[in-house]
Ligand binder design. Sequence first.
Ligand SMILES: NC(=O)c1ccc[n+]([C@@H]2O[C@H](COP(=O)([O-])OP(=O)(O)OC[C@H]3O[C@@H](n4cnc5c(N)ncnc54)[C@H](O)[C@@H]3O)[C@@H](O)[C@H]2O)c1
Length: 256
Amino acid sequence: MNDYENKVVIITGAGSGMGRAMVGEFVSRGARVAAMDINLERAKETVDGLSDPSMAFALQVDVSDQDSAKRGVDAVISRWGRVDLLCNNAGILDGHATAHEVSLAEWNRVLAVNLTGPFLMARAVIPQMLSQGKGAIINTSSTSGFSAAGGGSAYTASKHGVIGLTRQLTFEYGARGIRVNSICPGATATPLALPEHNAASPDMDLAISKVPARRWCQPGEIAKLAAFLGSDDADYVHGSDYVMDGGWLAAARDPF
Ligand SMILES: NC(=O)c1ccc[n+]([C@@H]2O[C@H](COP(=O)([O-])OP(=O)(O)OC[C@H]3O[C@@H](n4cnc5c(N)ncnc54)[C@H](O)[C@@H]3O)[C@@H](O)[C@H]2O)c1
């Protein structure tokens, strides 16, 4: 269970939802965790809620800003001397705006956070992982990395891009000890997707009623998948996209 003893893990979007669940999961397995979020107060709440808050610290990082991403990673390295795993989890939805309605500013904002963000964070940690000869990166994509309708055009394009980035990083760095994989959640019970937090949500009750599992995924289930993918048990897993969607994609129909 304590397979993260002496390991250092960075989690972005750690102030809510899956990122918050990941912080708890990795700390429970012995990791030291940097909980990064654009919203520092929320990241601090995540750390304060841990059974042992001394195992984690909160940092304000905007993943879409190159300097902010680099400053955050540098702070982790100067504190703990290494980075074993980066979980590129932060992401935003696009209001399900259709292609002719989404503003260019909104398109750029969604791409900046969801796709440029993981790229900038990866660039910031890769030199350290290369010097260690080992490291892992988990990029959070989505069922929207494979199919349409889970968001608008900006969200769907960004999540397809995350899968492409995962594959290219595997090609470039796999032989040098860095494993890169993606997690592709389906409808997960977080503020991003739950209708009570998100006015733009389509009819999620209808969607869930069509998903073979007939229920929401819980953020803790995604966190456990991340803990496996980042661990040495997954040492031969490179460049894979791990779908956890209750059968959404397998059922191959638009749940909306
Ligand atoms: N919830 C779902 O149904 C679902 C499904 C598939 C994929 N995803 C993906 O899972 C990931 C986690 O989403 P969630 O559902 O936990 O969402 P959430 O809204 O609960 O949490 C996202 C967190 O990211 C932070 N964030 C936003 N912009 C940021 C930035 N520029 N820099 C740093 N942090 C930033 C937010 O402050 C928030 O704390 C996202 O990449 C999302 O696209 C979610």
